[in-house]
Design a protein around this ligand. Structure first.
Ligand code: EPZ
Length: 453
C-alpha cells in the first residue's frame, strides 16, 4: 500500500481508513468547528414538516448528514447545496412514501431514521423505519420513542426488519412523561407534537443546547412551544408549518474533543466557533484538570496550564451536567494526570470499551462494571452504570488499534498522537462519520501521520 505523505491533498479521501501516527508532537493551530452533528441531522428531518423549502446553514460535511440527506431524497425531498458555503436547501414539496429496500439501503449506521416517524405520519399517514445503527455503546433501546408515538395515536407494528407505523385517524396531542431525559425521545415528541391536533405536555424532557436549538428551528417554522422550569415542555399543535432558515449551533462534542487534544499533546488549539455558555460544565472540569483557556467572541483557545495535570472525579450526566460524549477524550488526558481519577458513566451501559486500547498503550485504567449506586439522584438512573478508575501519569507507547466507535475512536487517535513511537489506527472512516475534515484538521495542527490504507 503506497504511503501518502502528510502533505498529500487526498487526506480527506472518504475511503481512507488506516493511518500511521508518529506520536510525541504537540498539536498547535486552529480548527474551525461547524454546526453540531446532533442538531443539523435533526433539523434536516424537521424540514419534512414544512409546506415550503427550508435552508440550513453551517452544515458539517460528515457521513451522518449524508445518510439523512439520502433518506430525505428517497422520500422525494429535494436537497440541494445552498448559495452560502456549507448550507443546504431542503424542499419537501415532492415528499412521498419510499420502498423498504430504498430506506434500508440508505439508513447506514445512523439512529436518526427513528426521528422520521412523526413527520412522515403527518405527511403521509404512514412510515417504515428500519432497524437502527449507531455507536455500540449500549443496547440503545427505543421504547420511549414508541410509547410516545402510541400516545399520539400512532399504530406501531414491530416487524422483523424494522417498524411499520400508521396513523389512520391522524395524530393528537398527548401527555407524556419520559422515564429518563432522553435526547432522542425528546426530539421524537417535539417533531410529532408540533403538527398534532391539540396540546402536548412533555415532562422529564432533555434540555441539551441541541434540543433548545431544535425548538428554535421549529418555532421559526410556526410551532408554538413553551419551555417551562423542571424539564416541562408544552407544544400547541398547529395546522401548518413553513420552512425555516437556520444556522446550527456549534458542535460542542467536537470543540471538547479538540480541547482535550490540546491537553493530551501539551499543545495549543484555537477552536473557532466554540462558545462559553454551552460549555460551562466542561470548562470547569478542564480548569480543574490543569488546562487553561482564553475565550474570545469568535472562539476559545485551549492549552495545558503551567502545572502538571491533576486527577479529578467526574460523573457524566444529562445537561447541564458533564456530557457522556466528553468522557472519552478527557480520560486520555487523565492518563497523564498526577493521581487517581474516577469517571462515573451514568448515561450508557457500555461506554468504556475504548479504554482497552489505552491500557495496551500503557495506561493504568480499571473499569468497574457495576458503578457507584448513590441513594439520592437528581434524575432517575438506569440500573447499569460503570466507573473507570485512572491512575497516572503513565507513559503511553504506540500500538496498532481498531476504532470501536466515534468518540472512542477520536480518543485513540489523540492517545497515539501523545504516545512515544508509532501507532497504526484502523477505522478512521468511523471517526469521519462525526468529525468534518478530520484528517485535514490533524494535518493543519501539525500531526505527524501517513495514510496507509
Ligand atoms: C443522543 O443519543 C446523541 N446522538 C448521543 O451522541 C449522546 O451521547 C446522547 O444523545 C446523550 O446525550 C444523537 O443525537 C444522534 P438518549 P440518543 O436517547 O438520543 C436510554 C455521539 O457521539 N434510552 O439521550 O440515542 C439510552 O439507552 C452520540 O454524537 C432508553 O432507554 O441518547 C441511554 O442509556 C453518541 N430508551 C439513555 O437513555 C429510549 O427509548 C440516553 O439516551 C431512548 C433512550
Amino acid at each position: 500500500m503506497t504511503l501518502l505523505g502528510t502533505t498529500g491533498t487526498t487526506l480527506q479521501n472518504p475511503s481512507v481508513d488506516t493511518i500511521e501516527i508518529r506520536g510525541g508532537r504537540p498539536l498547535r493551530g486552529q480548527v474551525d468547528v461547524r454546526g453540531a452533528k446532533n442538531l443539523a441531522t435533526k433539523a434536516m428531518v424537521a424540514s419534512l414538516l414544512g409546506s415550503t423549502p427550508s435552508t440550513l446553514r453551517d452544515v458539517p460535511s460528515i457521513r451522518d448528514v449524508e445518510v439523512v440527506r439520502s433518506l430525505l431524497e428517497v422520500h422525494g425531498v429535494s436537497v440541494t447545496d445552498g448559495e452560502e458555503e456549507a448550507s443546504l436547501v431542503l424542499d419537501p414539496a415532492g415528499a412521498e412514501s419510499a420502498g423498504f429496500e430504498e430506506i434500508d439501503a440508505h439508513s447506514g449506521s445512523s439512529r436518526i431514521p427513528i426521528l422520521f416517524c412523526g413527520p412522515l405520519l403527518h405527511l403521509l399517514g404512514q412510515a417504515f423505519i428500519p432497524d437502527l445503527g449507531g455507536c455500540r455503546i449500549g443496547d440503545r433501546p427505543i421504547d420511549f420513542h414508541l410509547d410516545a408515538l402510541r400516545n399520539f395515536g400512532a399504530v406501531v407494528d414491530k416487524q422483523p426488519n424494522g417498524i411499520r407505523l400508521s396513523a389512520p385517524d391522524g395524530l393528537h396531542g398527548a401527555s407524556i412523561e419520559l422515564p429518563y431525559p432522553s435526547v432522542g425521545a425528546t426530539e421524537q415528541v417535539l417533531l410529532t407534537a408540533v403538527r398534532a391536533k391539540g396540546v402536548t405536555e412533555l415532562r422529564g424532557a432533555a434540555i441539551e443546547p441541541e434540543i433548545m436549538d431544535l425548538i428554535g428551528v421549529l418555532q421559526k417554522m410556526g410551532a408554538i412551544i413553551s419551555y417551562e422550569p423542571n424539564r416541562v415542555i408544552f407544544i400547541e399543535g398547529v395546522e401548518e408549518l413553513t420552512g425555516y432558515d437556520h444556522r446550527s449551533l456549534f458542535d460542542r462534542n467536537e470543540a471538547v474533543s479538540w480541547a482535550c487534544a490540546a491537553l493530551v499533546t501539551d499543545g495549543e488549539i484555537f477552536v473557532k466557533g466554540a462558545r462559553q455558555y454551552e460549555l460551562l460544565t466542561f470548562l470547569n472540569v478542564f480548569r480543574k484538570v490543569g488546562g487553561d483557556f482564553d475565550i474570545t467572541d469568535d472562539g476559545i483557545t485551549f492549552r495545558r496550564g503551567e502545572n502538571p495535570l491533576k486527577a479529578v472525579m467526574v460523573e457524566t450526566d444529562v445537561h447541564p451536567g458533564f456530557m457522556t460524549d466528553w468522557q472519552q477524550p478527557l480520560i486520555v488526558a487523565l492518563t497523564q494526570a498526577e493521581g487517581t481519577s474516577v469517571v462515573h458513566e451514568t448515561v450508557y451501559e457500555n461506554r468504556f470499551g475504548f479504554t482497552d486500547a489505552l491500557v495496551r498503550m500503557g495506561a493504568d485504567i480499571v473499569v468497574h462494571k457495576d458503578g457507584i449506586d448513590a441513594a439520592e439522584r437528581r434524575v432517575a438512573r438506569r440500573p447499569l452504570e460503570q466507573a473507570a478508575v485512572i491512575s497516572g501519569p503513565t507513559p503511553l507507547k504506540g500500538i496498532d488499534m481498531v476504532v470501536p466507535d466515534l468518540r472512542g475512536g477520536y480518543s485513540h487517535v489523540i492517545a497515539a498522537l501523545a504516545a512515544q513511537g508509532t501507532s497504526r489506527v484502523t477505522g478512521i472512516k468511523l471517526i469521519s462519520r462525526g468529525y468534518e475534515k478530520f484528517l485535514d484538521k490533524l494535518t493543519a495542527l501539525g500531526a505527524d501521520f501517513d495514510v496507509v490504507g
